[in-house]
Design a protein around this ligand. Structure first.
Ligand SMILES: CC(C)(COP(=O)(O)OP(=O)(O)OC[C@H]1O[C@@H](n2cnc3c(N)ncnc32)[C@H](O)[C@@H]1OP(=O)(O)O)[C@@H](O)C(=O)NCCC(=O)NCCS
Length: 332
């Protein structure tokens, strides 16, 4: 029997309309466009407005587009995984809410929290279900409404994040394309440097947690930066080595979009030409689980069947990893 490979057969994406610029942020906190552009590389980010709107609203739009573009009927989807750190509610899973909104019924569905590595963790999990023959059509969606957990009086974090979602469809193939390899890691020592302290079982919401602003993202940026560069570059270089890829074999690097300086350092270590690195941080900021699929969504037309692509990420946990794919279809 031939080996079954898992291949991405389509992408959908969504970013909300409202554009939060560096100029607008400069009126809210003590920052400047110049500081944000030189230290991080973000010009603007999208924000989801509207009472009662959550990550599922972003995710549902992305999945709707995905189903339409790939001609997939909702009832054909047999699994949906949502990577998010900003679920609509602690439960039920945002995957279930997205499924309901797009009319996917009876599919195996759950959320996965790998923070900024969430999309890679979810894609890897989905690929295993396809490769074993257990599932035929799996939707993997990265969706985060980061504006719901950002303190817009804290200049060290509020300039970094934005809202967005993107989704891919994974299907089986016997061709030598699709998902090839993954290196995924985590180390909980990093939890003190990047977290949201309250709202879970350790510190449930109380007047005190709200007064202490513990329902917002906390980040010790300098520490996170240092680990992000070395860990992301290590796994990206390792996956190239163990698959005998050198920079000339590579079509694209798709890095998590947290900081332009981190992206450049990783691309440098891999020896990849900056023109082969997908970068859209300037327009969307850090959308957590959505950054990597949003890049694929934007670059889809330029992708060719057989392109060697490496995805690489680093995030809270700490979590980090790399995935090597051979792209499955010519962009259209
Ligand atoms: C957050 C980050 C952009 C901060 O950049 P940095 O160069 O490390 O900046 P620092 O935190 O060292 O702060 C330098 C100074 O700029 C100030 N500063 C911080 N944010 C600022 C802002 N928005 N505008 C102006 N000044 C700011 C700080 O207060 C500090 O001032 P001080 O020296 O007087 O104390 C950077 O550390 C980073 O990208 N970290 C990793 C993010 C990441 O990868 N996250 C993982 C996934 S989410």
């Amino acid at each position: 029997m031939k080996k079954i490979n898992a291949v991405i057969t389509g992408i959908g994406g969504y970013v909300p309309e409202y554009v939060l610029t560096n100029e607008e942020l400069s009126a809210m906190v003590d920052t400047t466009d110049e500081w944000i552009m030189t230290r991080v590389g973000i010009k603007e980010r999208r924000i989801l407005k509207g009472e009662g709107k959550g990550s599922s609203d972003l995710g549902a739009k992305a999945v709707e587009e995905l189903l339409e573009k790939t001609g997939t009927k909702p009832e054909e989807v047999d699994m949906i995984i949502c990577a998010t750190v900003t679920p609509d509610h602690p439960f039920p899973a945002t995957a279930n809410i997205i499924a309901d909104k797009v009319n996917i019924r009876n599919a195996h569905g759950f959320d996965l929290n790998g923070a900024c590595s969430g999309f890679l963790y979810a894609l890897d999990t989905a690929a295993k279900f396809i490769e074993t023959g257990n599932k035929k059509k799996v939707v993997v969606v990265g969706a985060d409404k980061m504006s719901s957990i950002v303190d817009y009086t804290d200049r060290t974090t509020c300039v970094l994040f934005g809202d967005g979602a993107a989704a891919v469809l994974l299907e089986p193939t016997e061709e030598e394309i699709g998902f090839r390899d993954s290196i995924l890691k985590s180390d909980g020592f990093g939890r003190v440097y990047l977290n949201m302290k309250a709202g879970g079982s350790a510190y449930p919401a109380s007047h005190e947690t709200i007064d202490n602003k513990e329902h917002y993202v906390f980040q010790d940026g300098r520490h996170v930066f240092k680990h992000a560069v070395s860990n992301m570059a290590d796994v990206a270089v390792d996956i190239m080595k163990r698959n005998n890829l050198d920079s000339e074999d590579m079509a694209w690097l798709v890095p998590h979009q947290a900081n332009l300086r981190i992206i450049s350092a990783v691309a440098d270590r891999m020896g990849i030409d900056p023109k082969q690195v997908m970068i859209n941080i300037e327009k969307y900021g850090n959308t957590t689980a959505a950054t990597i699929p949003l890049c694929l969504w934007e670059w889809e037309k330029q992708l060719k069947k057989g392109d060697n692509i490496i995805l690489a990420s680093f995030g809270a946990g700490f979590t980090w990893g790399s995935i090597y794919l051979k792209w499955g279809y010519d962009g259209k």
